[in-house]
Ligand binder design. Structure first.
Ligand code: PLP
Length: 283
């Protein structure tokens, strides 16, 4: 595949970054994953705005305007073969001549984008849902930033994979935060619930779309703190992300969620999401 590195488009296997890059040494950078349907980036502006928030919060000057970012993303999409892609974009605080926690005097950010075929959940996964485990959320207190320092998320996701599951649902001080790489929605008595945005979770682009769709279609919903016990007693649980879209979680820690099958509200939301996606793609 073709990637982008510091102003150049080149085959991914030819791309080279210095081992002194602060992304490599410190996980010092921000990133985005942008889904592309029929060669059209979905919610591109929102992803670029979120990247801007991340970079501003970590004191890394944004190397590109929104228009420049959009142009680079579109070029990467054009140069790769797939109709549906997932574009990965990252910016790090670049290389210094010595390893030093403090920022370099002159920062030259490293900008890297690559793309892959977009793999959304299979028909089988949509029909049966996926299994999840739970864990204590031991991440830092700036989970609202999409930084490349993802060791905690990797360890937490691996707990699920080690048990043959797809996702780890995180609880902090008895409350739901999110998944290791997704936001979480639950349904109780027909009402869709999800936690409010805070520094304890990533403000998902898909999370926003799901809330917009609930609003538009008049689905009863509440954005509020959710107790761990409420999640365990939920009729439905879903995970949302740019690549998983809206995916039912049908077992949690080995116990069935509700009926143990994807529920009616989640099926409806998945259908609205597909519909919305297709409308935007045609538009
Ligand atoms: N929360 C975390 C920790 C994530 O890594 C992700 C994305 O992968 C999400 C939530 C979902 O965000 P989005 O809907 O923008 O993909």
């Amino acid at each position: 595949s073709i990637c982008y590195l510091d102003g150049q488009y080149l085959p991914l296997e030819q791309a080279r970054v210095s081992p002194m890059d602060r992304g490599f040494l410190f996980g010092d950078g921000g990133y985005e994953v942008i889904p592309v349907y029929s060669r059209r980036p979905f919610r591109l502006e929102e992803h670029i705005v979120r990247l801007g928030h991340t970079l501003a919060a970590i004191g890394l000057p944004d190397p590109h305007s929104a228009a420049e970012w959009a142009a680079i993303v579109r070029e990467i999409v054009a140069r790769n073969d797939w109709q549906d892609q997932s574009v990965y974009l990252q910016v790090t605080r670049g290389a210094d001549d010595k390893r030093n926690h403090a920022f370099p005097a002159e920062v030259r950010p490293t900008v890297f984008l690559m793309s892959d075929a977009l793999v959304t959940p299979s028909v089988a996964q949509l029909e049966s849902g996926v299994a999840a485990v739970s864990a204590a959320d031991f991440r830092w207190l700036r989970c609202d930033l999409k930084t490349i320092a993802l060791l905690a998320n990797c360890l937490l996701r691996q707990q699920a994979v080690a048990q043959g599951c797809a996702e780890t649902i995180l609880f902090r001080d008895g409350f739901l935060t999110e998944g290791a790489a997704s936001n979480i929605f639950i349904v109780r008595d027909g009402v869709m619930l999800t936690p409010p945005k805070s520094h304890l979770m990533l403000p998902g682009i898909t999370y926003d779309v799901v809330l917009e769709l609930a609003q538009r279609h008049g689905l009863a919903h509440e954005v509020r703190e959710i107790l761990e016990d409420e999640v365990r007693a939920a009729d439905e649980i879903w995970m949302t992300s740019s690549t998983k879209e809206v995916l039912a979680i049908t077992t949690l820690d080995g116990r069935p969620v509700g009926s143990g099958r994807p529920g009616p509200v989640g099926r409806q939301m998945h259908a609205w999401y597909q519909d919305f996606k297709n409308t935007v793609m045609r538009g």
